[in-house]
Design a protein around this ligand. Structure first.
Ligand code: ADP
Ligand code: MG
Length: 252
């Protein structure tokens, strides 16, 4: 089978609450999939469980990146295996500049002791910041500290463009973005699209999917996927609303 991010029968909880219930999904490399679902259905939980967030307990199931198991690994080694997560609510890292943060992440992925080409690094960083219309002054700002919602999201996409992951999960990247920022961020993601990356775009609204047109759309409800289709499913869902999912699909 072609390289994929494969999630099989995943069950995960936080505290005594079961959130992910037999969740399964396969994202072949080269494709962009979208998950849409009402608030509280477990979308962010899925993203955080995949990234190895310590607050969640995985009871059963598996997740593999090109055949490599990731569940139960440290977030750091999952990232090095090639998974990138853009958070719904990116955290601040006081005292660490964006330039140093991304550089450290790149060095961590290199072979130990390999030389790092700082000149090439800054040339690439600046080119990508220009593409995302980010002021170059941001390189010396502390990660996300005092950033607006839109600036945080651009910073996440900048990290993704620099790290070039095998798989990227973007959790509600559209929240907090005005229409211009949405277009710029989407262009960044579209620019990265290609045979060497698989993307999972999580969103509550169809709006983002007008810019990042997905190959497949999945509707998530009550901790698992209840319906899958092509890009037209997002439009249908927007028209019919999440009540439709509840009545027609979740009961099926
Ligand atoms: N720390 C927590 N303790 C208890 N429940 C939580 C915690 N974090 C999230 N939840 C609950 O888990 C459910 C799924 O949340 P989440 O994955 O954020 O949903 P979504 O991203 O789809 O809106 C929600 O009902 C939420 O209230
Ligand atoms: Mg969420």
């Amino acid at each position: 089978m072609a390289d994929s991010l494969i999630i099989k029968n995943l069950n995960a909880s936080i505290g005594d609450r079961q959130i992910l219930k037999n969740f399964s999904l396969t994202i072949p490399k080269g494709e962009v999939h979208a998950i849409m679902g009402p608030n509280g259905t477990g979308k962010s939980t899925l993203a955080k469980v995949l990234a190895g967030h310590p607050d969640y307990t995985v009871q059963s199931g598996e997740a593999t990146l090109d055949g490599q198991p990731i569940l139960g690994q440290e977030p750091d080694s999952i990232a090095r295996a090639g998974l990138f997560l853009a958070f719904q609510y990116p955290s601040e890292i006081p005292g660490v500049t964006i330039a140093n943060f991304i550089r450290a992440a790149l060095i961590a992925r290199q072979e130990k002791g390999a030389p790092f080409d700082a000149k090439a690094y800054y040339a690439e960083l600046y080119a990508k910041m220009d593409a995302l219309k980010m002021d170059r002054k941001f390189t010396s700002r502390f990660v996300n500290e005092g950033f607006s919602g839109g600036e945080k999201k651009r910073c996440e996409i900048l990290q993704m463009m620099m790290l070039k992951p095998k798989y990227a999960v973007l959790d509600e990247t559209d929240s907090g973005l005005d229409i211009d920022a949405l277009r710029i961020v989407s262009e960044g993601v579209n620019h990265m699209r290609g045979p060497s990356i698989g993307c999972l775009v999580i969103t509550h609204y169809q709006r983002l999917l007008e810019y990042i047109v997905p190959d497949r759309v999945h509707i998530m409800y009550d901790g698992h996927i209840v319906h899958s289709g092509g890009k037209e499913l997002a439009v249908e869902l927007e028209a019919k609303g999440y009540d439709w999912v509840k009545k027609e699909l979740a009961s099926a």
